[in-house]
Design a protein around this ligand. Structure first.
Ligand SMILES: C[S@@+](CC[C@H](N)C(=O)[O-])C[C@H]1O[C@@H](n2cnc3c(N)ncnc32)[C@H](O)[C@@H]1O
Length: 547
């Protein structure tokens, strides 16, 4: 792997066929859910394509496959229904004139920092300081953090004036745009229909954010404006009430040694508003993010790649343009791609009900004033407001698979990353791809990136993703996949598994997820599929048997 490309991360420890590196550098600029490891995606692209060939990712999310295709001199088509995903992808791959970015930041700082900081004034001993963090518990101000004249962090109890200042802000008197839509009701992600997006922020932080966005929108250079908007959305999580307080026992900066140390948490997933949370100075959130993005953009300059963006498929397919991005439903846009024209498809599709992407991205999409096509999202959402059940999910996903088969060149490959413990989604996926004449060539596993937002921590959970690689093989005679349930075939299944697993189990200390991986892949090669939800039961038997 070329060194210049390998700038971004460290390896994780899970055992798998492919070991993920955590995403740093450009891949750490903006949050997205279920980001896939760039180093593994790169290996697959290198393995299944040659330079100048066309890679397609119909669910490109934060754009890792798009970036890796460009970095390895492939052409790429990236599709995602989520405006935020395409926005993140564009800003990810963009090479920018760094000095212009720095200049524009300085201008922004000059024009708005003071105004924002004035919202967080902390008066102590007749002097004024700028508050950096405020800890709230059950909507009561508990702690105020600020920097003194020596730039030392001071943690103090709130004064009457601190509370009075905070109380002077209200949602009603904010002069500029801010997001007002209601959430879809979905308790799984803590979203309630009686709440609106702006309520994720304190009135003070909302006001600061609206000032900031208003200034950003006025930047003349479109490219730099987009990157500033990117810094903005990347910092909204830290500027929200979703930042919880992490408590640790240990040394404290004050006098007492064993006091509780409070650390800043982050926005993890869903719209959970903790009872105790940080209100963080919006300028600081933005500046920190800007610095991180600036550093990453400086690193990115060392990578030798070019972007020839186009909006026309023709120009990509037959001329030398190398990238096209569509913010459209994959099931519709793939219809525009001619038969047998794509060299390789690599994708990580929506995983059933794991993350309702459009609901989760509402905060960003609304700040960006994007229109969102909720109707066509491929997802199982528990929100009753949406009508997104497993039938709809399977149908739309199958539509996409059908299109992928049609547009992929014969004998070319399709790698699909998948992770689910849900029978319905697995069975649909496996049987449909089989019916379409996708020949399953390889089942491999990859570890999660170290900072992956949702990790499976259950004892008998998956802990790795599968990468299933299929070949488009119109000549194959379709053999049906046998679905067997553990209850009815207990003896047989144990026998099959014993052959594969026990020898290894005795020799080495296998973790449950490795056994799940092994069993699923071995059986699938024999066209047998056990209900994946039965795996924990099987594992229990294996482990008891061993001991
Ligand atoms: C598992 S995520 C991909 C994440 C990606 N692997 C990454 O590293 O960022 C699945 C993506 O599918 C997108 N999606 C859902 N329905 C879609 C549709 N109908 N057409 C295109 N994209 C869709 C979601 O917005 C989400 O970004």
């Amino acid at each position: 792997m070329s060194k210049q490309l390998d700038l971004f991360g460290k390896k994780s420890r899970t055992k798998a066929d492919y070991i993920a590196k955590s995403y740093k550098g450009i891949y750490g600029m903006h949050k997205y859910w279920s980001k896939k490891p760039y180093n593994i995606i790169r290996e697959f692209i290198l393995k299944y394509t040659n330079e100048k060939e066309i890679v397609l990712d119909p669910f490109c999310g934060s754009g890792i496959s798009v970036a890796e295709s460009l970095f390895t001199n492939r052409k790429v088509i990236g599709v995602d229904i989520n405006p935020s995903a395409i926005f993140i992808t564009k800003n990810l791959i963009k090479k920018i004139p760094v000095s212009l970015f720095e200049q524009e930041f300085k201008k922004l700082e000059l024009s708005i920092k003071k105004k924002i900081n004035s919202l967080y004034i902390v008066k102590r001993d007749n002097k004024e300081y700028v508050g950096t963090h405020f800890i709230w518990e059950n909507e009561r101000l508990k702690e105020v953090w600020y920097k003194n004249s020596n730039n030392k962090k001071i943690i103090d109890a709130p004064t009457y004036e601190d509370i009075e200042l905070f109380s002077s802000f209200s949602y009603e008197d904010i002069p500029y745009y801010y997001p007002k839509s209601r959430f879809f009701h979905n308790t799984r992600i803590n979203a309630h229909r009686d709440k609106r997006i702006f309520e994720l922020f304190t009135p003070r932080n909302l006001k600061a954010l609206s000032f900031l966005m208003n200034k950003i929108e006025k930047i003349r250079n479109e490219e730099i404006k987009e990157l500033m908007r990117f810094c903005f959305t990347a910092s909204t999580g830290q500027a929200s009430k979703m930042v919880f307080v992490v408590k640790r026992r240990g040394k404290y900066s004050g006098n007492s040694v064993n006091a509780e140390k409070k650390e800043v948490g982050s926005w993890i997933i869903g719209y959970w508003l903790p009872k105790e949370y940080f209100e963080i100075n919006v300028w600081n959130c933005f500046e920190n993010r800007y610095k991180r993005i600036l550093k990453a953009k400086k690193q990115q300059k060392k990578i030798n790649y070019k972007i020839n963006l186009t909006n026309s498929l023709d120009e990509l397919l037959v001329k030398d343009k190398n990238m096209i991005l569509f913010n459209k439903p994959a099931q519709n846009i793939l219809k525009k791609i001619p038969n047998d024209s794509i060299d390789y498809v690599i994708t990580d599709p929506p995983h059933g009900n794991r993350q309702p992407y459009l609901e989760l991205s509402m905060m960003w999409n609304e700040w960006l004033r994007e229109t969102v096509n909720y109707q066509e999202e491929i997802v199982i959402s528990e929100s009753k407001d949406r009508n997104k059940d497993i039938e709809n999910y399977n149908k739309l996903l199958n539509d996409v698979f059908k299109e992928i088969y049609r547009i992929l060149k014969k004998d070319h490959y399709f790698s699909l990353m998948f992770n689910s413990l849900d029978n319905g989604t697995w069975i649909n996926l496996i049987t449909n791809l089989n019916k379409l004449k996708f020949e399953l060539k390889k089942i491999e596993t990859m570890s999660y990136s170290a900072h992956s937002v949702v990790q499976d921590t259950r004892n008998y959970g998956l802990k790795t993703d599968f990468i299933l690689t299929f070949k488009k093989n119109p000549k194959i005679i379709v053999e049906e996949i046998k679905l067997i349930s553990f209850k009815e075939n207990k003896e047989d299944i144990i026998k099959i598994i014993e052959g594969y697993v026990f020898k290894k189990l005795i020799k080495r200390d296998f973790e449950p997820y490795q056994i799940i991986n092994l069993v699923i892949s071995k059986l699938l090669k024999k066209k047998i599929f056990i209900k994946i939800s039965d795996m924990p039961k099987i594992l229990k038997i294996i482990y008891n048997h061993e001991s």
